[in-house]
Design a protein around this ligand. Structure first.
Ligand code: PMP
Length: 393
């Protein structure tokens, strides 16, 4: 069978169901006002929550480093070969120090970090209990391990407890896995309850705080700081560096033994080239900004509040989120695409999120706010949304 005969019908089917995905081309730097697919738009779809992706201080640090001749661009090898350079090492220490944990370990992407932790820690006879709306990379990570994989309904702590009771009898070890901030809904996992349940049932807890790190908590340390929870020795935190940090990559944070176990046994860590050293340097600069620039976090919170208050007044179908991710539930994929297209015509880039990324009949517009948006830009988006709402009913 040819590739074409197998896959062309699948592609056509996706198109017919309004589920075909296309990659928009950004032809200007990442910032609030930018050019995408040749359109001048205000971008309400990026994860650059603090506006650091194009920050002059980070750019200057990169220019200075390159001119100094003391740094190469590429890492040249995997961490365990000769790819573990000074800036990787310093960044890991600085992240650990900032978070108050024994160690952190860098990965080139959050996707890989999520694969690595579950593959390295979970074995046959173990059980992984995952929130139903966890990010795809967490689901894929569970598949890569030999453990049994069970899901609990979104944020349902009672259902999780029932599964924990069952696992206590049947599994050698249980790992609870959850997003910190859910990527398509914007709501926050009840970390205090998750941690309490994990302790009660002798389970380990893994939290992917891709969308919380840098944003939540007074110091930006993410959902643990937000809930006032400590990272104990059976808790594993994943933070990504391509969202609030404005760069790319991820880290796993936790105990000395956890990190050494990953270095020894995590295949997505061992068998891959280290991230470019320059990226580690950029992230170090970004971390300095996150530590000192309280104002950006406050601006982000102000922007979220402005959007939410007006959106509720207008009558938009918001989901229960207090974070930078503010989805408008439209249910129908064709309608989500249509709204997204009409917003584009008016100069706003807002992505339509459709199945399979979200459950069937749960298509939505996913609006993400950033500290780099102005009050005026947010008001303009709300006006456009109000017009859409009025004309679609
Ligand atoms: N976890 C969550 C919750 C995410 O939203 C994402 C990316 N959208 C990832 C992990 C993957 O991170 P990365 O983009 O660094 O691979």
């Amino acid at each position: 069978m040819s590739i074409e005969s197998r896959f062309l019908p699948l592609l056509q089917n996706r198109e017919e169901q309004h589920l075909y995905r296309r990659r928009p081309l950004a032809t200007s730097p990442q910032q609030a006002a930018m050019q995408i697919n040749g359109w001048e738009v205000i971008n309400f779809s990026s994860n650059d929550y603090l506006g650091l992706a194009n920050h002059p201080q980070i750019k200057q640090a990169l220019i200075t480093a390159l001119q100094s001749d003391a740094i190469s661009y590429g890492a040249g090898a995997a961490h365990l070969v000769t790819g573990h350079h000074l800036h990787h090492h310093l960044l890991e220490d600085e992240l650990a120090d900032w978070l108050g944990v024994e160690r952190t370990l860098l990965f080139s992407t959050g996707y890989m970090a999520n694969l690595a932790v579950q593959q390295a820690l979970m074995q046959a006879g173990d059980t992984i209990l995952a929130d139903k709306l966890n990010h795809a990379s967490l689901i894929d990570g569970a598949q890569l391990s030999q453990a049994e994989f069970k899901r609990y309904p979104h944020l349902d702590m009672k259902a999780l407890e029932r599964r924990l009771q069952n696992s206590l009898k049947n599994a050698s070890q249980t790992l609870i896995v959850s997003d910190g901030v859910f990527s398509m809904d914007g709501d926050i996992a009840p970390l205090n309850e998750l941690q309490q349940l994990a302790r009660q049932y002798d389970a380990w807890l893994m939290i992917d705080d891709a969308h919380g790190i840098g944003c939540l908590g007074d110091q930006g340390r993410g959902c643990f700081e937000y809930f006032g929870c400590e990272l104990d020795s059976n808790t594993i935190l994943i933070g990504t560096l391509g969202k609030a940090f404005g760069c790319s990559g991820a880290f796993v944070a936790g105990s000395e033994i956890l990190i050494e176990t990953l270095i020894q046994f995590a295949r997505p860590y061992v068998y891959t080239t280290a991230m470019p050293q320059l990226n580690a340097l950029a992230i170090r600069e970004s971390l300095k900004l996150i530590k000192t620039d309280q104002a950006s976090r406050e601006t982000l919170q102000r922007n979220i509040k402005q959007f939410k208050q007006s959106a509720i007044k207008i009558g938009l179908n918001l989901m229960p989120s207090d974070t930078a991710i503010q989805p408008i539930l439209l249910h129908d994929s064709a309608k989500a695409l249509q709204w997204s297209e009409q917003l584009k015509q008016q100069g706003f880039w807002v992505t339509a999120i459709r199945p399979p990324t979200v459950p069937t009949n749960q298509a939505r517009l996913r609006i993400t706010l950033s500290a780099s948006h102005t009050e005026k830009q947010i008001s303009a988006l709300l006006n456009a949304l109000q017009t859409l709402l009025n004309t679609s009913e």
